[in-house]
Design a protein around this ligand. Sequence first.
Ligand code: ADP
Length: 238
Amino acid sequence: MITIQDVSKVYSLESGDFFALKNNNIHINKGEFVAIMGPSGSGKSTLLQLIGGLDLPTSGQLNVDGTQLNHLNEKERTLFRRRKVGFVFQNYQLLPMMTVTENIALSLSANKASKSDINSRVHQLLEDVNLGGKETQFPSQLSGGQQQRVAIARALAMKPQLILADEPTGNLDQKNGEDILALLSKLNKEEQITVVMVTHDQQAAAAANRIIVIRDGEIVNDLKKGVNGNESLASSLA
Ligand code: ADP
């Protein structure tokens, strides 16, 4: 699903070149649920942005769901993001002036789906995230947990095989955070959607089957779920 070869991201600063990511190699199979952990500023979000085609590496190769990202121009990368990747962010990133339906339908409309197809798809997606009946509400009328579920419904609209989530529980209380992780786990298990999630939260990481730890732009640990489960795995990395 994801192959990253010798990928570096370098920012040219007045003080010289700064390596946000340094020669990383990662292979993620379809159906994995991966948590990316590491201190603030270690390169987690940069890595997620490269995988999602939001940014390009300075060097190295990225292949995501059969697409060699390095070879795409800006327009092709926009289409790649719309069709192949569902993004979920810490602050939900819903458009406040649009209803729940309009937010979820954005990529469907951009892809020229018919109005009746859009309405039935949005209805089904809202049922799937347990928000049936909220179609005409605006984001500000929903709780944080509900907004994040709308964001997940939006991410699923184009039936992506990959969800990229950047601190998806970061703004939520314990209960709502657990609900969001349960939803991501369900999508991963039942629909084989690959999930890559940046988190600094050990409890969130425990939902994953694999934990990749980054420090100063380099992978320092890559652990798959073992007999003891990830809770102890995550705490041993703290
Ligand atoms: P994390 O998600 O682990 O907190 P980031 O991937 O956001 O870390 O950032 C990694 C490093 O790259 C940080 O030191 C950050 O300051 C730096 N960085 C990110 N974006 C830019 C940019 N546009 N210009 C210069 N430095 C940047």
